[in-house]
Design a protein around this ligand. Structure first.
Ligand SMILES: [Zn+2]
Length: 303
């Protein structure tokens, strides 16, 4: 989508293959590739003997069977979920049924703001509204296991309940879908919110950990710098929107055509929602105006 972020679109990991990606951390790729999930969802196993599973993945019997097989002589003590999208959290129910381990996460799925009049949740099919963590985590709360501690970091924006997890003492963060090495994150109202997303990037960018393990794609090295490129990318998008509106009022399809050159047709709707996310933020900051609440049908102009 953009060349200003040092993306890594290589991933030498086949679905079903379990690999130690960092000391004490194994990963397993689910076979659910798509324009939204890259080569698939990455599930992580933290520790040895008594382990945590981070993001069990979609409700995919084969993936969960492989995940459980990888820990067959071990005990799962924690099931941790970064956020409630269908490619991340539904597998928690199967892992819990098989192991009895409790689930941890920020909370059930919720929108970032109330729906506007006549508005339907746009990417509703991607939401897992069934997940209820046994333990709701607050920002900074630490999940302690046998030989590992995971610090919960609230990172709303991609979803309202998104959490990243720092593996204490290991210079490593599980960044979920908030920061990914292969692509920008989708921020789609009403479930996502750009102002929250940018604040969450600032929050992660101030942390020292150098390595991120994301929900999709390969390891991110030099993570603080990568986060800064993510921030600059969003600022660039915002500048492009303001630049186009500087030439005259425009609706969202016009803005998408002006800003996303060569966009995969399957991503046009998501791009429109991303532009809406920026416009919501710009209207809230008083830089852009529209009739009524910002919506996908609205026409926007410089305030
Ligand atoms: Zn997601």
């Amino acid at each position: 989508m953009s060349d200003d972020i040092p993306f890594n679109r290589a991933l030498a990991l086949a679905p079903g293959q379990v690999e130690e990606v960092a000391p004490g951390v194994r990963r397993l790729l689910c076979d659910n590739p798509s324009p939204f999930t890259f080569k698939g969802t990455m599930s992580y196993i933290v520790g040895r003997g008594r382990v945590a599973i981070i993001d069990p993945g979609p409700d995919d019997a084969r993936h969960i069977a492989t995940l459980l097989d990888a820990v067959r002589n071990e005990t799962v003590t924690h099931i941790v979920v970064t956020h409630t999208h269908r490619d991340h959290s539904p597998g928690a129910a199967r892992v819990k049924a098989a192991t009895g381990a409790p689930t941890f996460g920020e909370g059930p799925h919720r929108a970032a703001r109330p729906l506007n009049v006549g508005e339907a949740p746009r990417l509703d099919a991607s939401n897992d509204t069934d997940f209820r963590p046994d333990h709701a985590l607050a920002d900074g709360e630490v999940v302690s296991g046998d030989g590992f501690s995971l610090e919960a970091i609230t990172t709303p924006g991609h979803t309202a309940n998104h959490m990243a997890f720092a593996l204490r003492g290991r210079d490593l963060v599980f960044s979920g879908d908030h920061v990914m090495g292969w692509s920008t994150s989708i921020v789609a109202p009403p479930d996502g919110a750009m102002s929250d997303y940018m604040a969450s990037l600032d929050k992660l960018g101030r942390r020292a950990e150098s390595t991120y393990l994301a929900g999709h794609g390969d390891v991110i090295r030099d993570a603080p710098r990568f986060v800064q490129s993510y921030i600059r990318h969003r600022q660039g998008r915002e500048a492009s929107i303001l630049h186009r509106l500087g030439k005259g009022a425009a609706d969202i399809p016009t803005l998408v055509r002006a800003i996303y050159i060569g966009l995969d047709q399957r991503l046009v709707r998501a791009a429109g929602l991303s532009v809406l996310a920026h416009l919501e933020d710009l209207v809230a900051r008083g830089l852009v105006a529209t009739e009524g609440a910002p919506s996908v049908e609205g026409v926007y102009r410089i305030a």
